[in-house]
Design a protein around this ligand. Structure first.
Ligand SMILES: *Cc1c(COP(=O)(O)O)cnc(C)c1O
Length: 382
C-alpha cells in the first residue's frame, strides 16, 4: 500500500491564476508591460511604499544590486558560505571578491562578530542570506554597516513575508538594497523572477534608473526621439506572463504563510512527542514572529547515526518522502576551491552544510503528511 509521494516543496497555483495567464497570452502584449508595472506597485504596497523594480530572476536582481551599489574589481563583499551558489557567483560576476565568514549556528546566517573581524579597507558591502526565510538581527547588521560605511545587499530570496521588529524585510525604512526571488520553489513564485527594493530616501532615484537601464541593454530611451545606450546592460526584464502570476500569488501570500506557520508548529509538536530532539536532531529556531517558514530544515546527528545523509535521503524517498539539501558550503565547489577557498576555513558552516536536511513544507501539505514525515524519520534514525 504505497502512499502518495510528498515532495519537499510544491507551488500552489490556482485556477484564477491560470485563467489570468491565458488572458495575458491572448492580449497581444506578452513581454514586459502593464502587468509588470502593476506587480511592482502591488509589491511596493506590500512593502510599505518602498521603491521596487522587477527582474527576470533573483540572480539577475542581485547582480544588478551589486552594480548599482558600484561594486566591482578590487572590492570585497562579505557573505555566508551557506547559500545557493548564486549569492557568491554574482559577486564574482561583477569582478569583486567574495569573503566568506563563518555562520551563527542558531540563525544559520552570518556571524556578525566574524563580519566585524573581516572588514578591511577593500570591504564595500555585506551580503547576508536569510536561509529558510529566517532573518538575522537587522539592527545589529545595519549598525555595523553604518559604522564602517558599507553597503548592505540583503539576499532575501527566501524571505518575502519575513519580518524584523514588526516590519517586513524590505519594507520602506532602514534597509539598503533588498533582493527577492520568485523562482518556482519560493513562497511567492512567478515561475522565474525577482525584485529589488531600493532606499530612495537615502540614495535618491539614480540607482533606480541605473537598474532600469541595466535590465534592458543599457537603453536610455527609444521611441520617436531616437535611441540611446550609455551603459552595458543585459536582458533581465520580467515578462507580463510572469508578473500576472505574481499578482495572483501576492494576494494569497499571507494565507500561504499562515499555512506554513501552522505546519511548522505541527513539526515542532510532533518532534517533541516523538522524542526525536533527544537523539540530537538539530531543529531550527522556533521563530513564529519573524520567519516566513520558507523551509523546515533539520541538522542530522551524522556522527551518531553511522549513515550518510544521502543514505537517509534515499530511504526516505523509498518511503515516499522528498527531502533536499540547502545547501552544502559554497566554498567546497570546484570553482571556489580553484580560487583558493575551502570549506574547512569556516568550520561551523562546513558542519551545517554537511548535516542540513530540508523536510517537506508547502502550503497544501496536511498535518497527516507531517506525521508521515516524522514517523519515517523516527524509523530511519532509530
Ligand atoms: C532562489 C535563491 C537565489 C536565486 O534566485 P533565482 O531566482 O533562482 O535566480 C539566490 N539566493 C538564494 C538564497 C535563493 O534561495
Amino acid at each position: 500500500m504505497s502512499q502518495p509521494f510528498i515532495p519537499f516543496t510544491k507551488p500552489t497555483i490556482d485556477e484564477a491564476t491560470i485563467a489570468a495567464v491565458a488572458d495575458v497570452l491572448r492580449s497581444g502584449w506578452i513581454t514586459s508591460g502593464p502587468k509588470v508595472l502593476e506587480f511592482e506597485s502591488a509589491l511596493s504596497a506590500y512593502l510599505g511604499g518602498a521603491t521596487v523594480r522587477c527582474f527576470a530572476n533573483g540572480t539577475a536582481t542581485m547582480k544588478i544590486a551589486l552594480q548599482v551599489a558600484g561594486i566591482g574589481p578590487g572590492d570585497e563583499v562579505i557573505t555566508t558560505p551557506i547559500s545557493w551558489v548564486a549569492t557568491s557567483n554574482v559577486i564574482l560576476a561583477v569582478g569583486a571578491k567574495p569573503v566568506f565568514v563563518d555562520i551563527d549556528p542558531k540563525t544559520r546566517n552570518l556571524d556578525l562578530h566574524q563580519v566585524q573581524s573581516a572588514i578591511n579597507n577593500k570591504t564595500k558591502a555585506i551580503m547576508p542570506v536569510y536561509l529558510a526565510g529566517l532573518p538575522l538581527d537587522i539592527d545589529a547588521l545595519y549598525t555595523i554597516a553604518e559604522n564602517h560605511q558599507l553597503r548592505v545587499i540583503e539576499d532575501a530570496a527566501q524571505a518575502l513575508g519575513s519580518s524584523w521588529n514588526g516590519l517586513r524585510i524590505g519594507a520602506k525604512g532602514r534597509h539598503d538594497l533588498v533582493s527577492f526571488s520568485f523562482q518556482a520553489n519560493k513562497n511567492l513564485t512567478t515561475i522565474e523572477g525577482g525584485c529589488l527594493v531600493f532606499n530612495t530616501d537615502r540614495y535618491g532615484g539614480d540607482q533606480v534608473s541605473l537598474a532600469e537601464k541595466l535590465r534592458l541593454q543599457g537603453l536610455v530611451r527609444h521611441g520617436p526621439d531616437g535611441m540611446e545606450v550609455d551603459v552595458l546592460g543585459g536582458k533581465d526584464n520580467l515578462t507580463d506572463v510572469n508578473a500576472v502570476i505574481g499578482l495572483h500569488q501576492l494576494k494569497q501570500l499571507e494565507r500561504f504563510q499562515e499555512q506554513r506557520i501552522a505546519l511548522a508548529r505541527h513539526y515542532f509538536d510532533r518532534f517533541e512527542q516523538s522524542g526525536l530532539s533527544k537523539i540530537g536532531l538539530g531543529l531550527p529556531i522556533a521563530d513564529f514572529v519573524n520567519s516566513n517558514w520558507h523551509m523546515f530544515q533539520v541538522l542530522l546527528p551524522l556522527e551518531r547515526l553511522g549513515q550518510t545523509r544521502s543514505q537517509i535521503m534515499l530511504v526516505l524517498k523509498e518511503r515516499g518522502i522528498g527531502t533536499g539539501v540547502h545547501y552544502p558550503a559554497i566554498t567546497g565547489f570546484a570553482l571556489y576551491r580553484q580560487r583558493g577557498y575551502s570549506p574547512e576555513a569556516t568550520p561551523v558552516a562546513n558542519q551545517i552544510g554537511q548535516s542540513i536536511l530540508t523536510l517537506p513544507l508547502f502550503p497544501t501539505m496536511t498535518e497527516a503528511d507531517i506525521d508521515r514525515v516524522v514517523k519515517a524519520l523516527q524509523e530511519v534514525l532509530a
